[in-house]
Design a protein around this ligand. Structure first.
Ligand SMILES: [Zn+2]
Length: 100
């Protein structure tokens, strides 16, 4: 088997998250002077009501502080009708998003 090849230059664009914004107050989650401890809250919501449709019910939110998270959580359960889930994960702010 004999083949001939040519070189082709390909540009790959990688997506890298450089900023996260609070879904309640809209502020950037990267300011240590306000968010001491370098943490924020990541939330996953969803429900188990309709079998396979459940996957489509999943939504993600980020909150800069517990004060911002709490009203969202209250509202979520006010509107709840069935087996709603509200999973809170306390996360560290990624290195590349920190502003010194
Ligand atoms: Zn906030």
């Amino acid at each position: 088997m004999s083949r001939k090849y040519e070189k082709q230059e390909v540009t790959i664009v990688k997506k890298r998250c450089i900023a996260t914004y609070c879904d309640a107050c809209g502020k950037e989650i990267s300011m240590p002077e306000r968010y001491c401890g370098w943490h924020y809250y990541h939330v996953r919501t969803g429900y188990n009501d309709w079998g396979n449709d459940s996957a489509e019910s999943i939504e993600y939110y980020d909150f800069c502080s517990y004060d911002c998270l709490k009203p969202h959580q209250d509202k979520y359960f006010e509107d709840a009708r069935g087996s709603e889930e509200y999973e809170i994960t306390r996360k560290e702010i990624p290195e590349q998003q920190m502003k010194y």
